[in-house]
Design a protein around this ligand. Sequence first.
Ligand SMILES: [Mg+2]
Length: 166
Amino acid sequence: MLGFLDLDDVLNEFTMHALKWYDIDVKYEDIVTRDIVKTAQDHGWEHDAVTFWRYLPQSVWSRCPRSKLFDVISGDYILTAPTTNPSCAAGKIEWLNNNWKKGHIITEHKWLLSKPGRVLVDDSESNIKSWERAGGTGILVPRPWNKNRDKDMVEYTMDKLNDLRL
Ligand SMILES: [Mg+2]
C-alpha cells in the first residue's frame, strides 16, 4: 500500500496556528463550519504566507517515530494543496525542508494520484471522497470540522492503518 499524507492539519497544526497567528477569536473546537482559510486571508495571511508556514508547529504525526506511521504503508509522500498565493507553496516547501526532508507533491487535485493500492491520510472529507471515487483507500483524520470529530485522532487513524494489513 503506497501512502500519501496531507500536510495541513495532519502533519502540522495549521488551524490552531492560524487562530493564534492572526489572533482570531474562535475556539479550535468550534471550527465546524467556518472556513479557516478564508478567515485567515481576511486577517492578512496572503501578505505573509512564507513566514506563516515557516513557523507552523508539527502535529502529533510529525513527532511520531517514522516507523510507527509507516509500519503499514510504504512511501512517505506529502500531498498538499497550495492557496492561490505563490508564496504559500514557497512557505510549504520551506517547512518540508525543515521538518520532513522527503518527497512531496503540491497539487489541489489530489485524486489524480488515486488508484487501488494507494491510501490518502487527510482531514478533508471532500479530498477523501474524491480519492475513494478514483479507486484509492481514504482515511479521514478526525478533526472538529469533519464527521470523525468525536473520534480520537491518533487511535482512529492508527486503527484504520492497521486494518490495511488484512
Ligand atoms: Mg488538511
